[in-house]
Design a protein around this ligand. Sequence first.
Ligand code: MLT
Length: 411
Amino acid sequence: MATINDNYLKLKAGYLFPEIARRVNAFAEANPSASIIRLGIGDVTEPLPAACRTAMIKAVEEMGDRATFKGYGPEQGYAWLREKIATHDFQARGCEVDASEIFISDGSKCDTGNILDIFGDDNTIAVTDPVYPVYVDTNVMAGHTGVANDRGEYEGLVYLPITADNNFTATIPSQPVDLIYLCFPNNPTGSTASREHLQAWVDYARANGSILFFDAAYEAFITDPVIPHSIYEIEGARECAIEFRSFSKNAGFTGTRCALTVVPKTLTAKAMDGSNVELWKLWNRRQSTKFNGVSYIVQRGAEAVYSPEGQSQTRALVNFYMENARIIREQLTAAGLAVYGGVNAPYVWIKTPDGLSSWDFFDKLLHTCHVVGTPGSGFGAAGEGYFRISAFNSRENVEAAMKRITQTFTG
Ligand code: MLT
């Protein structure tokens, strides 16, 4: 008889966002007239930039003509897109990243999970707490952990708490860990990392032979010019870091799907026989075997982000969401809540009032304001007592949600 991957049975109830959707749907069914505003999942609401749409329409036409039709593309992505990314996103910031080190994919969520394919099962893994749940759950699925305790912490993972006390940036661990997930600007807390903080991580990783998984999906939201956008702005990062980036949030591609992962050719890790093996070769082998690339049409849409029109349209999109973030921050602060993030990131992280648990606050907001956010405890034990509000929504919805919340908490 067939057997299952028992590691799946260790996973907690459900992935956070489907669990929220389940609760919201139950509330909506019981209260059909409630106008619910969803500021939970970080999903974009505004239309795709015109430059991307025009490029995709042209690409569709090309697919309709035998002379310009495309079948399978390169598994790593088309060179014209990889070169634009290398030039605009990395070399323009002084980062030494070659187009051949960039792998186009259908999402950072997939890549941050899939990357585990090329690493051994005996690595010690560190995550911040709270953390994007995908990093934890994919390690559980891969059998890299034991079972979860009452607080939802999995045996075998090293949790690095990030709270208001350490400015939501983890203290470098005292013990050696092999794989470390860092996300800056941070999901869920909206915090950022200074150059010095990132240099400390790079120095630690190089001293311990560790690899940093640097998730920069929200780099476009950085407004402060001194904050690094890429880990490769940090000296030595090419020897210890893989970076994940996405078109989801800056160009509204959450439903269109396009992202990228950078694996420098200078990056190695140990094989069982003690030899150093280039991770680029393994990731290239993995992608060539398990992935057939992102559609030509979508890659043309992503390429248009780098045209002058695409650059100004994506900037406008980012500014639009950051104005939402500013409104959320100001209104919630005025309502007397302790508010973090939302300055260089599209997430606002709040301390729940009156000692409410994260899920109790979720229920209160849903039932009294008909507003959905994300309970901090869903991102990890140290997120208990916090709550995340996403700035990804229409201005009208953000303003209406803030009005409802401020009325509830001030009045
Ligand atoms: C979130 O809400 O944390 C994001 O939507 C997650 C994601 O990008 O997958």
